[in-house]
Design a protein around this ligand. Structure first.
Ligand code: GCO
Length: 455
């Protein structure tokens, strides 16, 4: 493999990041497990949403995905062979409690016990995300995240998970990217459950904010020595120009995309000054909520992929701000049309370090999708290799400046179901041949393996 310029200059080892720095990989239940109706598992909102026509690229779905439900041992052994010591995965609520808040599935608990035990047997630390977007459809039929009852449903779900797994799992994340699952799923309608408008978005925001803290409290009360976090999607927001209205538009977008869920945790409330429409959340706020949205997380998961360039646009309701697509800016992009802009991860580490109450920051997702071509049984994914190395260099820059960052998890291990885009975007360090379920370690995966072994 010809080394690119970037590879010739990349000379970091894990040692440079400090002994307590956690390197790993991140995945999510609906994107990898398959076994969508095995035993008594009930449909999730993604099973339901992807069963409808034209919601997912080429009408694809996660009924099989990477078949991790059946291949978990092989995949974990492959991680072991790649020197990966930290594995982030999520639990499927509808596999564990099929009716959402009652009967606990023996088969569901057994599956995750087998995954956890196999990880521990091979010296891999499990990092569990409780909610990565796959709400039981049966709860969505009762309003899902727009129904305040989700607070008790979610607390019960977390208690069940803590009861069964808390003796062996110490690293937990409560929610994955609430901005995305409320925005795409309850405002734009482009993700499950496909709801739209403020009447769904605003209650979903508040109930997710309540649940991220409530989930933390349940874990704190039930799991000894728990390391409790929650995760946020975040991108550096750059104004399109120095015009005051573009600078204001960028501030509005930053408030909505980067601050909306972290600041209530810290007692700062919702960032209404730049997004006045958020004042309408008052409708859903009860007196006790003001303290119940607070929680002292042990770490915050920062999930960064790109940056956004934003300009004023009068015609965009509520925000008057619009993202300027990367493809129209003639910049390097990934297959998702996301600009490849490594300094964004540095800027986000810096921005989240400004919240003095945040104890630790872990990059719980970073990665990129490219066209991965299988050539003579190999995938020479140089673009992904350069992406990962250049982003790690930015993380190191932050670390060297004394900023708080204590981990880096690559999104993702194997190519998997990329939500509305289906299987077209491949993010994996490992290639998934979905027709055979064979795994082929890509050049980026081989590099990560060597990097993790180097010191
Ligand atoms: C997210 C999700 C992942 C995605 C990944 C690539 O951050 O949106 O956590 O499930 O697959 O980010 O888009």
């Amino acid at each position: 493999m010809d080394l690119t310029e970037n590879q010739k200059t990349f000379n970091l080892t894990p040692h440079d990041f400090g002994n307590d720095f956690a390197f790993g990989v991140s995945t999510a239940a609906y994107q990898i497990e398959g076994a969508y109706n095995t035993h008594d598992k009930s449909p999730s909102i993604w099973d339901h949403f992807s069963s409808k026509k034209r919601t997912i690229y080429n009408n694809q779905h996660g009924q099989i995905a990477c078949d991790f439900y059946h291949t978990y041992k092989e995949d974990i052994l492959l991680m072991k062979s790649m020197n990966i010591k930290n594995f982030r995965f999520s639990l499927s609520w509808s596999r564990i409690i099929p009716n959402g808040y009652g009967h606990v599935s023996i088969a569901g608990i057994d599956f995750y016990n087998r995954v956890i035990n196999f990880c521990l047997e091979y010296g891999i630390t499990p990092w569990i995300t409780l909610y990565h977007w796959d709400l039981p459809q049966i709860l969505q039929d009762k309003g899902g995240w727009t129904n305040r009852a989700i607070l008790s449903w979610f607390e019960n779900y977390v208690k069940v998970c803590a009861t069964h797994f808390g003796d062996r799992v110490k690293n937990w994340m409560v929610l994955n990217e609430p901005m995305v699952f409320t925005g795409a799923g309850y405002f734009l309608g482009v993700h499950a459950p496909g709801s739209k408008g403020l009447k769904n978005f605003l209650p979903a925001i508040h109930h997710a904010t309540l649940c991220q803290a409530a989930g933390g409290r349940v874990l704190r009360s039930m799991v000894v020595n728990a390391n409790i976090g929650t995760t946020f999607s975040c991108s550096q927001i750059t104004p399109f120009s120095n015009k005051p209205r573009d600078i204001l538009a960028a501030k509005k977008a930053d408030a909505l995309l980067n601050r909306l869920f972290i600041e209530p945790i810290l007692g700062m409330g919702y960032p209404m000054e730049h997004v006045p429409v958020l004042k309408r959340i008052q409708t859903y706020i009860k007196e006790e909520d003001l303290k119940n949205v607070l929680f002292d997380f042990d770490f915050i998961g920062v999930q960064n992929y790109t940056r956004e360039v934003v300009k004023h646009n009068f015609f965009v309701p509520y925000l008057r701000a619009k993202i300027v697509k990367a493809s129209s800016r003639r910049v390097k992009t990934s297959l998702m049309d996301w600009e490849i802009y490594p300094p964004s991860i540095y800027e986000m580490i810096k921005q989240f370090n400004q919240y003095k109450e945040v104890k630790r920051i872990i990059i719980t997702e970073n990665g990129a999708a490219f066209n991965d071509n299988l050539t003579h049984g190999e995938i020479n994914d140089t673009e992904r290799l350069n992406y990962l190395q250049s982003h790690l260099e930015q993380v190191y820059k932050a670390k060297k400046e004394g900023l708080n960052v204590e981990g880096y998890f690559v999104w993702t291990f194997t190519d998997n179901f990329e939500w509305a885009e289906g299987y077209r975007p491949r993010f994996g360090l490992v290639y998934t041949d979905f027709s055979t379920q064979n795994r082929i370690v890509k050049s980026s995966g081989k590099w990560y393996q060597d990097f993790l072994a180097s010191n």
